[in-house]
Design a protein around this ligand. Structure first.
Ligand code: HEC
Length: 102
């Protein structure tokens, strides 16, 4: 083995940064959540028996439910149309945001 190569370091840093991005950005999620608040509540606690609370829910569960709605595996007349335009990044960010609320 030769010396430690700068290129290796660049790869490691890039992997670290992209890994972080995948974990979801709660601040970006909060901005996106403005359209969800009408049903799921400003703090993720719904004011109606038909709409589930999202605050404090497990991040991985939220990601799965939003993808299931978006991809048609789970269907609801209200929620499916809300999930349709969400990208994987939007979903990760929204899940990060709602899971850290109490
Ligand atoms: C028009 C009302 C409405 C809006 C707006 C809305 N939702 Fe929902 N959402 C619902 C309903 C109703 C359900 C429950 C559907 C069911 O019973 O299957 C739901 C379910 C969910 C679930 C699954 C919860 C669980 O415990 O299984 C998630 C996650 C979710 N919504 C996220 C969002 C996000 C993120 C947004 C904003 C992009 C949003 N919703 C906007 C009505 C809404």
């Amino acid at each position: 083995m030769g010396k430690f190569k700068p290129a290796t370091l660049v790869c490691l840093v890039a992997a670290f940064l992209s890994g972080n991005a995948l974990a979801g950005d709660a601040t970006a999620g909060k901005a996106k959540a403005a359209t969800c608040a009408g049903c799921h509540g400003a703090e993720g606690v719904s004011g109606n028996g038909l709409w589930p609370n999202l605050a404090g829910q497990k991040e991985g569960y939220l990601v799965k439910q939003m993808k299931d709605f978006r991809d048609g595996k789970r269907n609801d007349p209200m929620m499916s149309s809300m999930a349709k335009p969400l990208s994987d990044d939007d979903i990760a960010n929204l899940a990060a945001y709602y899971s850290q609320l109490k």
